[in-house]
Each structure stands twice: as C-alpha cells, then as structure tokens.
Design a protein around this ligand. Sequence first.
Ligand code: NAD
Ligand code: MG
Length: 380
Amino acid sequence: MKKIAILGSTGSIGTQTLDVARANGDLEVLGLSAGSNVEKLEKQVREFNPRLVAVWDERAAADLAVRIADTDTRVVSGMEGLLELARMPETEILVTAIVGMIGIRPTMEAIRAGKDIALANKETLVTAGHLIMPMAEKYGVQILPVDSEHSAIFQAIHGERKDEIHKLLITASGGPFRGKKREELTKVTLADTLKHPNWVMGQKITVDSATLVNKGLEVMEARWLFGLDLDHIEVVVQPKSIIHSMVEFKDGAVMAQLGTPDMRLPIQYALYYPHRRYLDGERLDFSKLKQITFEEPDMDTFLGLPMAMEASRKGGSMPTVFNAANELAVRKFLQEKIGFLDIYEIIGQSMGRHTVIDKPGLEEILAVEEETYQWIESRW
Ligand code: NAD
Ligand code: MG
C-alpha cells in the first residue's frame, strides 16, 4: 500500500485523486484537507477513513469535528493544520491539489519531511521554484508533475537524457475565447469565461485558461521542473487538447503524449511512477478524430502569456507579483466586481510598480504577496 495525503481533497484534482485511489485499491489515503467544504470532507472521511483532516477555516473545522466525532479521524485547522498534514510521519506522497500560492509553506514542509510531491499546485512552483527545486534535491524527494502538459513532457523524456532535450512544446487549447479580439473581450461575462471547451476544472484555473495566464504559469512551471530557459520553451495552440505536450530533442525528433482529456491519467502516472496502471477511461479513436490542428497563440489579445514571460525574464520576486495580482484579480472577477480585461490591467499595473527583489526568501515572497494584495485593494 502506498500511503498518500491530499492537500485540497475536495477540488477537481483532489476528487479525481480519490477516484484513482478508489479504482486501484492499493493507495492508502492517510490525510485529507480542504478550505471549508465540510459536507464533502465528511463523505470523504467516511469512505477513506484517514487519520488526519486539515480544514483551513476554523469554524468549518469545528463543525467537521462534531460531524465525525464517531470516527478515529483527527481534525486540525489553519496553516498549522495544513503543515501538520504535509509532514504526517506515515505518508510517502503529498498530492498538492490546493489552489494558489497558499500551497508554498505546506509543500516546503512536506519536502523537509522527505515526502515526494505529486504537484498540481503550479502557483507554488511559479512563485517559489527557486527555493523548492534545490530543497527537493537536498532532501532527495521527487517532484512528480500532475499538470497534464508537464506530465506529458515527463512521460516523453522518460529514459532520455535531460541534456539532449532541445525544446519543450507546451500545448494550449486557447480557451473559450480563442479567435476573439480585444474589442470582443470587453463584453464577455463570467458565465462565458467558465465554459472551457475541453476540461472541467476548478473556477480559478478555468478563468486562467481563458486569459492564457494558465499557459503563462505553465511556462514558468516547466522552467523549474525541467530546467530549461524561456528560449527553449514554446507554446503551441492545439484546440482539442489531444496532444498534451511535446519535447523536441537535439536531433530534431519530437516526442508527444496523446490522449483524451482526462486528468486521472497524469494523477495516476504521478502516483505510480514509473509504472503504468490500467485506467478505465475513454480512449482515443483516430478514425473519429481525423485531424489535429495547430495555431500560434495570439499574444496581442491574450496578455496573460506575454506578461508571464516578462515576469519570468525579470525573475526574482516578479513572478510572485504576477501570480498574486492574478489570484486577487480572478477572485474579484469571480465575484463579478471587475471585467475580464481588468484582470490584465491589474496584473500589468502591479508588475509595473514593483522593484524586483533578487532570489527572495520565503518571508520576502509572502511579504510581496501581501503588499501586492494591499495595493490592488486600495485601487479596485
Ligand atoms: P479547485 O478549486 O477545484 O480545488 C481547490 C482545492 O483547494 C479545494 O479542495 C479547496 O478546498 C482547497 N483549498 C482552497 N483554499 C484552501 C485553503 N486556504 N486551505 C486549504 N485548502 C484550500 O481547484 P483545482 O482545479 O482542483 O486546482 C487545484 C490546483 O491544481 C491548482 O493549482 C490548479 O492550477 C492545478 N491544476 C488543476 C487542473 C484541473 O484539471 N483542475 C489541471 C492542472 C493543474
Ligand atoms: Mg495544464
């Protein structure tokens, strides 16, 4: 039995991780956690019987403790609770399925405790990759990508030498507004934005997919995971999300991973790496598929990608500003307080006023995050 804990078990990746555990029967789920969804957590506790549950919200934690008083599961809360979950002595892998850079501290805590990380939580790597990757090396833990693009690359380079990779080709669907121009984006609504053409995901990443901020975050995530610079990472639009990403090697050979859009595959690959298990999912049918098409990303309209590249080139604390500004802007967009294009405005202005701190430590990253939030709150 492989022993795992999940940071963010009630979300899209979290519940699909539990689907994988249920289907395989040999993953022991020792820890669960969530922001505040007590009802879902109670069901998960009753099914998986974990030792520990961490709930961010204190009241929700107290509510859950009453609901599951008849079980052996212990409930903890707040950041201390998430940290306790991350370092649980018995677990081997922490699945980071939490959304946002709030995942930084628990991820670092888990690495320090020697846990392998099945990493979905890209915001953590984007803002603190320069701390996390060397830490993983120091503690001898694996960072196993769950994001479909990074898993595709991870699969494509299996058995290859890293120094023989020439370029990473990260595929993008283009999101629900592909083909639209800036003028048309002034009128799009929250409901339009939440209609992703291929994937059903959490709300934040769905908005990020529409702005192409998600692709920008993924480019930065790939930099840290695979150690290539921006000149060797290219984004290719492939609207149907059949090719999950590709790697070009020095001799010009291109390796790709294809499949139907199903996050259970990269989750399962990360949990059983380097082995493959049967997965009860829809298979590609090439007689129906007929063609796979490609486009270049529209960087003049979807500013999430070029702004992320700029943040990544500037480096230091700039990716934190990019990410924090986006997190708050998306929260405001989801509350229908700002329009779609305001997301770019908030990110652009936040980056414009920031003076880069080189190689920021954890406290500096968290301070830059807070400062960015305060500045945005005083203006929007
Ligand atoms: P989601 O919104 O569906 O779920 C987020 C989870 O995090 C929930 O369980 C929520 O309770 C928990 N959470 C939020 N704030 C918390 C807090 N303060 N304390 C404790 N728990 C908290 O999000 P998702 O779509 O599952 O995405 C999770 C991460 O995976 C994101 O970083 C996303 O970019 C990445 N990712 C998701 C997908 C996907 O298909 N959904 C694909 C690739 C990468
Ligand atoms: Mg992805």
